[in-house]
Design a protein around this ligand. Structure first.
Ligand code: ADP
Length: 213
């Protein structure tokens, strides 16, 4: 397995890059998609969330009311820590399981993690960062994803800086251009990815904060 980390700020185009890489043949392990799957109606994780935050966060069909949950944890460090304690281990286990499934094979596996710069992983074959001017990201989030400008700005502000993210990159994709430019850059990065060394036995593990400095 070649294991490549993929990250980028919200609105950078990371999901678009991930889809393009999948179309070239990469296997995608997507932290956000796994989180959504584990929070689908009937999943054990939802029961734990409802036990802590009340049945109000569930709709009548059992689906998670994300905005209600977000309202409870916004600006409340203790509630957010509790939510993370419930969600992160389950997502981490599922990601580890999917990586393990690929470990002995020859696939190029993409670990798609929004907060990779904040939570580094060991032994990756390489790291791709999708880079964009934050102003352009705000524009795309507002015009194409229907976010309010204020929401887009505050989400970007809460993330690590563009510079910090670029520091962990072995390859930077500049998504300041049009989709055709993005597609041609992904073609190049896909070629590069296939030249990388296979990942070691510990590849993909979370590096504990005290040793990652
Ligand atoms: P992320 O996953 O990083 O939050 P997305 O891949 O969802 O970002 O991209 C944000 C929005 O911008 C999406 O609607 C996407 O279709 C659009 N987009 C991505 N790259 C480009 C581009 N180069 N030109 C125009 N729109 C783009």
């Amino acid at each position: 397995m070649i294991l490549v980390g993929l990250t980028g700020g919200i609105g950078s185009g990371k999901s678009t890059v991930s889809q393009l890489l999948a179309s070239h043949g990469a296997v995608i392990v997507d932290a956000d998609a796994i989180t959504r799957q584990l929070q689908a109606p009937g999943q054990p994780l939802l029961k734990l969330i409802a036990e802590r935050f009340g049945n109000d966060v569930l709709d009548s069909d059992g689906s998670l009311l994300r905005q209600k949950l977000a309202n409870q944890v916004f600006g409340n460090a203790e509630a957010l820590a509790d939510l993370n304690k419930i969600v992160h281990p389950a997502v981490g286990r599922e990601m580890a399981r999917l990586i393990d499934e690929q470990r002995a094979g020859d696939n190029v596996v993409v670990l798609d993690i929004p907060l990779l710069a904040e939570n580094p992983r060991s032994g990756l074959s390489g790291v791709i960062v999708v880079d964009i001017d934050p102003e352009l990201a705000v524009g795309r989030l507002v015009s194409q994803r229907g976010m309010s400008e204020q929401d887009a700005r505050s989400r970007i502000e809460r993330q690590t800086s563009r510079e910090k993210r670029r520091e962990i990159a072995d390859w930077v994709i500049d998504n300041g251009g049009d989709l055709a430019s993005l597609e041609s850059q992904v073609k190049l990065v896909w070629k590069w990815m296939q030249t990388l060394e296979h990942a070691g036995p510990d590849a993909g593990n979370v590096i504990p904060p005290e040793t990652s400095k």
